[in-house]
Structure formats: structure tokens, C-alpha cells
Design a protein. Structure first.
Length: 135
């Protein structure tokens, strides 16, 4: 068993505002806010589907994968420590609430930063069988 393992999923370094924005979202929330966050996640993926149907270059598959991971984490929110819960909320908010630096509306790869943030959190939580492929 290795004492130190190399982390494979780091927060994106470009643009530089990703890390700052993610860290701003890493807060603890009250139990009552979890259902609202689930709704925001579902709305975000539904918005992506609508944009795609209207001809936008939106990667719906990646949006769905991010949504699935976010909902999985929110369903298990209370199984994690307070510090880990902050990471979960950071990832969920980065995807579902925030206007992140790489727009999903302009770039076909606009969800790659969101997926990278989710992968970073999954790795931090040792959930190594749910990474999103963004290669």
C-alpha cells in the first residue's frame, strides 16, 4: 500500500479565476439548502439540453455526467466531514450556479472546466470510480 499517491485531478490553472471562484463556493450549507441545490443541478442540465436543441454547441453528455456526479454527492452529503462538504458545495455551485470563466454558451468544451472541478472533488473524497473523461 502506497503512503503517497500522485493526484491526477487538479483544479484547472487556466484561466486563473477558476481556483478562486471554486474556493469562494466552498462553504457549508444548511440541510434545507440541499434540495434547492439539487433543483439547481437539474435545471442546469435541462438548460444545456434546451440550448443544444436550439442549435448551440453544448456538450450535453458532459453536462449530464457532471449533473449525475453532483446529485450523487448531494445525496451522500451527510456522509462526509465538514471540510469535505465544502468541496461538494464548491463543485455543485461551480456547475449549477456560477458563471464560470469558460462559458458553456460559447465553447463546445465549455463544460470541461466544470468536469475538472468535479473530478478534483471526487479524487479528494476518494471516489475514484466516478471520474468524468474529459480528454
Amino acid at each position: 500500500m502506497a503512503l503517497f499517491t500522485k493526484k491526477h485531478h487538479k483544479l484547472p490553472t487556466y484561466p486563473k479565476t477558476i481556483k478562486k471562484l471554486f474556493n469562494e463556493y466552498c462553504v457549508n450549507v444548511d440541510d434545507e439548502q440541499i434540495p434547492l441545490l439539487k433543483e439547481k443541478v437539474t435545471q442546469a442540465v435541462n438548460d444545456a439540453k434546451k440550448k443544444f436543441e436550439n442549435g448551440a454547441l453544448v456538450d450535453v453528455q458532459t453536462a449530464e455526467e457532471i449533473s449525475n456526479r453532483c446529485l450523487y454527492l448531494l445525496d451522500r452529503y451527510h456522509e462526509f466531514s465538514s471540510q469535505e462538504q465544502k468541496l461538494i458545495i464548491g463543485a455543485v455551485c461551480y456547475f449549477a450556479i456560477g458563471e464560470d470563466p469558460i462559458s458553456e454558451n460559447i465553447f463546445a468544451s465549455g463544460y470541461d472546466d466544470d468536469a475538472a472541478v468535479v473530478n478534483y472533488v471526487l479524487e479528494k473524497l476518494n471516489i475514484n470510480d466516478m471520474f468524468i473523461n474529459i480528454e
